[in-house]
Write a protein that binds this ligand. Structure first.
Ligand code: G3P
Ligand code: CA
Length: 268
């Protein structure tokens, strides 16, 4: 198709397994990043939040309800917010059965457990600081954990991107650790890109919010590390959309179905 031909012309975007290979294993679990590795993908995305007793955990929603059996285990604790449960309580929950009985007993990982598995799998991480307004100081705490795990040294510079929907959060990350690569989740107006380029390296928009002209405009700016501002689009799960965004010239595609995107784009 024409779109396919254009995708070929503009090169091969990086494919990122969204919440792990989350179409095939329960999202944001160790199983989901094992699955991404098994399918041959290097980049995985996750979501980081904080428990009542201050442990960083990997989960998308601010409530435990959708992706665990919390309602069954703690029936009286509605609305089951992550921030109202201790790490010990969360460690008892089943984060796999909702997805498939084959994953019964899968746990909500702590960020520490998750980072060790990413390392073991030789993966690279697009780490989202989720709902930072609920967790004062989560930026500093996340960076400290990453540092303790050895993820802030030069060897890891091309293996870690920190992203957020909160520009304030990303400004904080950039101020605390200027070497870390950062990405803003959203689509700022072109007129505001010079400001974003002070503290982010990438603009990661929903694919439906952008055009080829927008991606070209982003590519005219240089980020805080002297590199062209990049664009990773989400969440692209079918071949037609993959061809569309590749035609826009995006640098990366964030997907629940990395194998589908790879087959469509012929990308690694
Ligand atoms: O990585 C992009 C994407 O994860 C942002 O949306 O809601 O899936 O965290 P969400
Ligand atoms: Ca996310």
């Amino acid at each position: 198709s024409a779109a396919e031909a254009r995708a070929g012309e503009v090169g091969r975007p990086t494919v990122v397994a969204h919440r792990g290979a989350s179409a095939y294993a329960p999202e944001n679990t160790l199983a989901s990043i094992d699955k991404a590795a098994e399918l041959g993908f290097t980049w995985v995305e996750n979501d980081v939040q904080r428990t009542k007793d201050g442990e960083l955990v990997v989960i998308h929603d601010d409530s435990l309800r959708r992706t665990t059996d919390v309602e069954k285990v703690f029936p009286d604790r509605a609305p089951w917010k992550v921030k109202d449960f201790t790490a010990a309580e969360i460690s008892r929950l089943d984060a796999g059965s909702w997805f498939s009985p084959a994953y019964a007993g899968t746990r909500v990982p702590t960020l520490e457990q998750y980072m060790r598995r990413v390392e073991r799998n030789h993966e690279k991480l697009l780490l989202e600081i989720k709902n930072p307004e609920l967790y004062p100081g989560i930026e500093q705490q996340t960076l400290k954990l990453l540092s303790n795990e050895g993820w802030l040294g030069p060897r890891h510079h091309d293996r870690l991107i920190v992203q957020s929907f909160s520009a304030d959060s990303l400004r904080t990350v950039h101020e605390l650790r200027p070497a870390v690569t950062t990405a803003y989740l959203g689509r700022p107006p072109v007129a505001e890109l010079p400001e974003y380029a002070h503290f982010v390296d990438l603009i990661n928009p929903s694919y439906g919010s952008i055009s080829g002209a927008y991606v070209s405009a982003v590519h005219t700016f240089t980020g805080p590390h002297g590199r062209t501002l990049g664009v990773f689009a989400w969440t692209v799960d079918d071949p037609a959309t993959a061809w569309q965004v590749a035609g826009y010239g995006v640098d990366g595609v964030i997907t629940n179905r990395p194998d589908v995107v790879r087959a469509a784009l012929g990308t690694d």
